[in-house]
Ligand binder design. Structure first.
Ligand code: PEP
Length: 249
């Protein structure tokens, strides 16, 4: 049985003090919920060590890591540094990093491999822009992102990934993909993974939806076939709205 997962992506929000407070609140609420879902908070690098101290049931993730191992890369944070904070996960391929920091499929492929080599589990994001959706290229786009980003991994390594489908036009816009759009892409993704790695690997892969998921729409989104939880941006910044999403999974 594949894992149900709800992961929060805090992005560039909260000070360390605010982040620790939020993490404590999330931990306290999640500890009370009788729910088999795995809950992850992905925080800015600066927060990881402090947040690690106040969570137990909730797992910790980073929002990025470097594409190089170590050395003269001023300002970068390596996968081994991230792991040394206590983080277990890292978001890679988020559309904001692809768009604003020119992270190509090739760079992301290097990051994924470095993360895995350091026992850091990637939450690998894929998704089409509005132009690509309107041109009906969304299936092709997400397939190419998988092929170029992660399909040269062994089946054993691929099995460690969490995939997050995030239509770029739904991120932070208040606009969610509808049930049919989500179902057809998630089913397509599982089929593409099955073609590459076989049915068992595909059936065990957690595929999350992300894009304006909130307390009000989470139940409906999570009841869509082939959706195994969510990657949550804005709604993960308040413990009670994040908890409502966790309860919906
Ligand atoms: C995200 O950034 O991964 C995301 C899904 O954001 P939001 O929930 O705010 O749309």
């Amino acid at each position: 049985m594949r894992n149900k997962i709800v992961a929060g992506n805090w992005k560039m929000n909260t000070t360390v003090k605010e982040g620790v407070k939020l993490a404590k609140e999330v931990e306290a609420l999640v500890a009370k919920v009788n729910n088999a879902a795995k809950v992850i908070v992905c925080t800015p690098f600066t927060h990881l060590t402090e947040v690690a101290k106040v969570i137990n049931k909730v797992a910790l993730g980073a929002e990025n890591c470097a594409s190089e191992t170590s050395g003269a890369y001023t300002g970068e944070v390596s996968a081994s540094m991230v792991v040394s904070t206590g983080a277990k996960y890292v978001i890679l391929g988020h559309s904001e990093r692809r768009a604003y920091y020119n992270e190509t499929d090739e760079i992301l492929n290097k990051k994924v491999k470095l993360a895995l080599a350091n026992n850091l589990l990637p939450i690998f994001c894929i998704g089409e822009t509005l132009d690509q959706r309107e041109a009906e290229k969304h299936f092709e786009v997400v397939k190419t992102q998988l092929e170029k980003g992660v399909f040269d991994l062994s089946a054993a390594d691929f099995s460690k990934l969490v995939i997050a489908y995030e239509p770029v036009w739904a991120i932070g816009t208040g606009r969610t993909a509808n049930g049919q759009q989500i179902e057809e892409i998630h089913t397509f993704l599982r089929d593409v993974i099955a073609e590459k790695y076989g049915k068992t690997v595909a059936e065990e892969c957690s595929i999350l939806y992300g894009g304006s998921c909130n307390a009000a729409n989470a139940k409906e989104i999570f009841s869509t076939p082939n959706v195994d939880g969510g990657l949550i941006g804005g709604a993960s910044l308040k413990a009670d709205s994040f908890l409502a999403i966790v309860e919906a999974v």
